[in-house]
Design a protein around this ligand. Sequence first.
Ligand code: GRF
Length: 195
Amino acid sequence: MKNIVILISGNGSNMAAIVQAAQAEQWAQRLDARISAVISNRPGAQGLAWAQAHGVATQVVDHTDFAAEPQPREAFDLALMAAIDTHQPHLVVLAGFMRILTPGFVAHYAGRLVNIHPSLLPAFTGLRTHERALQAGCQFAGATVHRVTNELDHGEILAQAVVPVLDDDTADTLAERVLAQEHVMYPRVVAQLLK
Ligand code: GRF
């Protein structure tokens, strides 16, 4: 059985979709993997309680604990790597993990680090993607699963989910429809990567 570590910062609904796939009763729908741990950089991340309630080990590596270090970003990433590496994961899955990672971290997990981003990359890297897609008059929006490189929201595109933009969409309604597709796409991509 292959191990996965999932990194979150907030709600963790994509993490929950992956955990549910790994715990699915029906073999045909099951993601054949062990979710070794869910790790958050924020102690208050809602997804932590959900993971615990579903029998998944959780850990917090709080980035604010490293603020006084001479190189806080590097120090945090080293602590995060140490936490992740105790699980010897085949794949490290970023699921709403709101930290920019150092080149050392990215290199350490080369080939086994993936992210999900709520836009049809390469359009709309960064934040407020749905708001910007609406402002630009896009007729389609979506989400992308991609490998992680040193450039934010770049890296090989592994899968995309597309939804139409509706006339009365707000950033919130669009985000909700895209997120529902993320929950279908991300467990599937993880399963493929582990094959
Ligand atoms: C998702 O929209 C994902 O694409 C982005 O952050 C959001 C995380 O949502 N990277 P959740 O924490 O998985 O609910």
